[in-house]
Design a protein around this ligand. Structure first.
Ligand SMILES: NC(=O)c1ccc[n+]([C@@H]2O[C@H](COP(=O)([O-])OP(=O)(O)OC[C@H]3O[C@@H](n4cnc5c(N)ncnc54)[C@H](OP(=O)(O)O)[C@@H]3O)[C@@H](O)[C@H]2O)c1
Ligand SMILES: *[C@@H]1O[C@H](CO)[C@@H](O)[C@H](O)[C@H]1NC(C)=O
Length: 324
């Protein structure tokens, strides 16, 4: 005798798996096989989630990957894991805390003392907190703006003279940038009670940074791409304490249907880092391994101003980009 529940359970599971497979078929996959032997790569936030999978794949293709992480122990554990899987020695840890301007400077100096070029920089590290968290970086910048935008802005500028023609810079943004806003009167939370969508705002800043940077490095042959990895099950959501319960009750079942694995989330960044077909598309936004048209109208005035304001914020901390 087969219990009745089986008659419901089996079709339900089959339907769920079919829906999952259908969704997976729509998620872009990086299909090229471009080898990266002799290439030098930096991945920020390489110890976890999407950054970990990007590092592993680029290393597998022959690149030397510099794992730019803030936590040495976590980074070494990640390196050890990849080394065991790939039997490679091509991974190096270098400390980088994007919430600290002095750490970013020290990282750049350290990198430059050991390597004389960069082929691929993946600005992947990111944080997400509740809008009410009031978190700031070591230098007093609102945490999302400070880590997700300004830290990478500073890092990229410090490394700029090490890129060669054909080098690529990948900026990991998010579809959520479409919910963001660049309010120049409240970039650093000067009006705390208007704190809204701080994560999305920082991801919108990533988009404008991509546009402006692509223009500035065009003549040098350096290519810049912004990407959305998709909705990926990673550690990114761990800081939303109040939402933790909901996270376990709702997200985990939803995850089965809608969320990508970190490896699936890494596909578009890997595609943009390697695919020859997009070499003339610098400054564009990618999702699912193809160009994506954002709802946000690109606005040269905003990207230009964001660059100047970011530079000015660094100036106020005694940092001059041209002389560094
Ligand atoms: N997951 C998604 O659904 C999703 C969707 C769209 C975009 N993204 C973007 O994808 C990127 C990667 O996130 P993920 O989902 O892979 O999350 P994750 O697993 O939390 O990884 C984030 C990485 O950033 C590092 N990081 C955080 N703060 C840092 C700091 N101050 N200095 C240096 N490194 C720091 C983390 O280091 P620790 O391990 O030491 O904390 C970790 O390695 C982020 O830019 C995120 O905005 C994610
Ligand atoms: C990019 O542009 C150059 C110069 O116009 C051209 O030679 C090359 O074939 C283009 N690449 C692709 C992939 O379209």
């Amino acid at each position: 005798m087969i219990p009745t529940i089986v008659y419901y359970l089996v079709p339900t599971i089959v339907i769920l798996i079919t829906v999952r497979k259908y969704r997976e078929s729509k998620w872009g996959k990086c299909k090229n096989n471009v080898k990266l032997t002799g290439k030098i790569v930096i991945v920020t936030g390489a110890n976890s989630g999407i950054g970990y999978e990007i590092s592993k794949e680029l290393c597998k293709r022959g690149a030397l990957v510099v794992m730019a992480c803030r936590d040495k122990q976590k980074a070494l554990t990640a390196i050890h894991k990849i080394q065991q899987e790939l039997s490679t020695k091509n991974l190096v840890f270098m400390e980088l805390n994007l919430a600290s301007l002095s750490s970013i400077k020290a990282f750049a100096d350290n990198f430059k003392s050991k390597f004389d070029k960069i082929d691929i920089l993946v600005n992947n590290a990111g944080v997400s907190f509740d809008d009410s968290s009031n978190k700031v970086t070591e230098d007093g910048f609102e945490i999302h703006f400070g880590v997700n935008h300004l830290g990478h802005f500073f890092l990229t500028n410090l490394l700029l003279d090490k890129f060669v023609s054909g080098s690529r810079i990948i900026i990991v943004s998010s579809l959520l940038h479409q919910k963001g806003k660049i309010d120049f009167d409240n970039l650093n939370l000067e009006k705390p009670n208007e704190a809204k969508n701080l994560y999305a705002n920082s991801k919108l800043a990533n988009m404008y940074f991509c546009k402006e940077l692509a223009k500035k490095v065009y003549k040098k042959g350096i290519k810049v791409y912004a990407v959305c990895p998709g909705w990926v099950l990673t550690n990114l959501f761990r800081n939303h304490t109040r939402r933790m319960l909901m996270y376990f009750i709702i997200i985990i079942p939803a995850a089965f249907l809608f969320m990508r694995s970190p490896k699936q989330g890494a596909q578009t960044p890997i595609f943009c880092a390697t695919d020859p077909s997009i070499e003339n598309e610098s400054g564009c936004f990618y999702r699912d391994c193809r160009k994506f048209t954002s709802k946000v109208q690109k606005c040269d005035a905003i990207s230009h101003e964001l660059w100047s304001v970011s530079e000015k914020m660094l100036n106020d901390k005694g940092i001059s980009l041209n002389s560094s």
